[in-house]
Design a protein. Sequence first.
Length: 169
Amino acid sequence: MTDDRSQPDPAQGPEHDVEIFHRLVHGERTCMMTTRDDEGTLYSRPMAVQQREDSTVWFLTYADSAKLDQLGRYPQVNLVFVDGDTWVSASGTGQVVHDVAKKQQLWNPFAQAWFQCEPEDPAVALLRVDLTGGQYWDSPSKPAQLLGVAKSLLTGSRPGGDNAKLDLS
């Protein structure tokens, strides 16, 4: 059964969709990361994005964090970005990467203030999330939404907005 409320999937392959992903999350420094535990309970927490490269997102976190234990057993992860009237949900796999040079490259004043140590400190872990797919919803501005609802009521058409799946593999 298909959902006729969704826009057709404009996916033209990973190169096109990775570009859309970057355009939609451009400038977003925070996302919600969801992992699961042994009982299947989902946990979401805000994470500071350090870098996005193609379909890879990098984070710094505490090495003794429960999320790293969860990812060690269940590497599937979901990231959600919200920017005004745009929502992007992207799924993939997460893993700890042991690369001091990459930690040093990503280190910034925010990381220094948050972790209160140097990037070489083993208390800080480097987390890599490789995204494989997702979906986005991009709504018009509030005034345009109100106009769209009014038009919809008069014409019977659906209000505007864009929604599609993304192939990020």
